[in-house]
Design a protein around this ligand. Structure first.
Ligand code: SF4
Length: 168
């Protein structure tokens, strides 16, 4: 399906996720989802089953948990451009750095569970607001959920680059 690029995107840039066949994306989602059953998403290797309500170091289950989102103008200039970087701040973290600048989000769990549909609509909304990219802030412990939402967002016309903005 032809995709309409947002006003500020470079016309010749195609994000890697749009080059993957949908079957391949589904395979990767399934593989990522399976990791949650004995979680080794990050080097903490907690080995707990997040799909059965168990929690590891990051205190996060198998649903997206989001603190805030919006165009961000404080990131590096190439990410911000004119329309801003479309940040999505994910709640909790697998790192636990005491000096974290997002302490209330990463340590204190500020945020709320969101449906996959909601996370997907946040992505497409950021695009329609003119953001140049989707900037996933602290995504590592939520990658399987992000992939599921991304799949829906692609169906909804998402076509801007993704920034994997991790502390590690
Ligand atoms: S993502 Fe969370 S539960 Fe999984 S290994 Fe890392 S800290 Fe543990």
């Amino acid at each position: 399906m032809p995709r309409k690029l947002p006003r500020n995107s470079q016309d010749d840039f195609i994000p890697a996720y749009l080059k993957l066949p949908s079957e391949e994306i589904d395979k990767r989602i399934a593989r990522a989802d399976n990791i949650l059953t004995s979680c080794r998403l990050c080097p903490r290797s907690c080995g707990i089953n997040r799909k059965e309500g168990e929690y590891g170091f990051c205190r996060t289950g198998d649903k997206p948990v989001v603190s805030s989102w919006g165009p961000h103008f404080g990131e590096e200039k190439p990410l911000v451009g004119r329309g801003g970087s479309g940040t999505i701040f994910f709640t909790n973290c697998n790192l636990g750095c005491l000096f974290c600048q997002n302490y209330s989000i990463s340590h204190l769990g500020e945020g709320a569970e969101a449906s996959f549909e909601r996370l997907s609509s946040i992505m497409t909304d950021l695009q329609s607001r003119g953001c140049h990219n989707i900037n996933l802030v602290t995504p590592t412990h939520q990658v399987p959920m992000i992939l599921k939402a991304l799949r829906m967002a692609i169906e909804g016309g998402l076509c801007i680059p993704i920034v994997y903005n991790s502390g590690g």
